[in-house]
Design a protein around this ligand. Structure first.
Ligand SMILES: [Zn+2]
Ligand SMILES: [Zn+2]
Length: 97
């Protein structure tokens, strides 16, 4: 997916536009249109991934109230979901063969 970064201005030292936390460096979040800290970028990545790949994960993510909860929900969910953890796929296929 091509990233559209508006202006290549230097954004170091600015607060995150989502959570307001001061951060070393910010990343443009495409589609959500804000400069975010690492945590918020991670959250956005997980939500977009969940929306496109797994309704169960999306449910879990939507129930989460903080970035930490989103990350934890994703980790826990991925361990048991073949859609979200491609590493599980070959094991399943081997067993089925
Ligand atoms: Zn943030
Ligand atoms: Zn899943």
């Amino acid at each position: 997916m091509p990233r559209k970064v508006p202006a290549a201005f230097y954004s170091e030292g600015e607060p995150c536009e989502n959570c307001g936390k001061d951060c070393e460096s910010r990343t443009w979040v495409p589609g959500w249109d804000y400069w975010g800290c690492d945590d918020c970028v991670e959250e956005a990545r997980i939500v977009v991934f969940a929306e496109e790949n797994c309704p169960t994960l999306y449910d879990a993510v939507m129930r989460s109230k903080s970035v930490n909860e989103v990350q934890r929900a994703f980790r826990l969910h991925r361990e048991s979901c073949p859609k979200c953890n491609p590493k599980l796929e070959p094991i399943r296929l081997l067993e089925a063969a």
